[in-house]
Design a protein around this ligand. Sequence first.
Ligand code: SAM
Length: 256
Amino acid sequence: MAEPDGGSDGSSDSGLHLEPQYEPQYEPQYENMKQGKLYITATPIGNLADLTFRAKKILETVDLIACEDTRHSKILLNHYGIQKPLLSFHSHSGRTKVDKIIQHLKNGDDVALISDAGTPGISDPGYVLIQAALENGIEVIPIPGPSAVLTALCASGLPTDKFLYLGFLPVKKGRQTLFKSMADSKYTVVFYESPHRLLKTICELKKVLKPDTKVTIAKELTKIYETFFRGTLNDIEKKLPVGKPKGEYVVMVHNG
Ligand code: SAM
């Protein structure tokens, strides 16, 4: 027989399922619950269809979106019909900009941080703002989605159980030391490289790593001309298109 006030499984006699009871002891405690939340929101790295359902919902509901380049982000937001106040926040934004965003959060505004592409904070601005938010007792919530590093790795054909992510390699100081540490690494090493430095970097790697080191280069991930070049340090150059490299690249090496 149906219980008049709803069954012990949370369902009412009308057959409707009730929300689970709110249990404050399991909720994170923040000093001031009236503060806004900072959502670290991943956006597509090329294919606009890669915005997650949850990320779309967050971008639609926050009060403010902090982004690197407002013109660039408008392409994504217009595609999804999202109209929100935008505030530019990039690698050269100083403390004043951080303070401004923190003030919005303290005033109760929810803020989404996005970058030009991929996951904010991963070789993209974010760290300083996230640190400041945490220092101010503001809740920081990750909204996961695309990132070039994982997109490249998962289809690389190289071991992915352990990997070492180096972001962008230093242009001068520390470059040789890093190459040497790659030679010693048992793990797949992943880094981002600009098209105009790609061939120079391969040439330098050849001097330090074994010729049979496995290499996968991922180009223009999720875009029309997405390509994976797979080979060894010895033959990878021959596999790349002739002429100056163009586009965006992730390089992965593994001392097999
Ligand atoms: N935060 C981003 C992420 O989560 O992937 C990375 C931003 S970092 C400033 C930009 C670099 O990521 C590019 O120079 C390139 O090396 C790599 N990248 C971004 N999008 C890419 C894509 N579609 N294909 C290949 N590499 C990409």
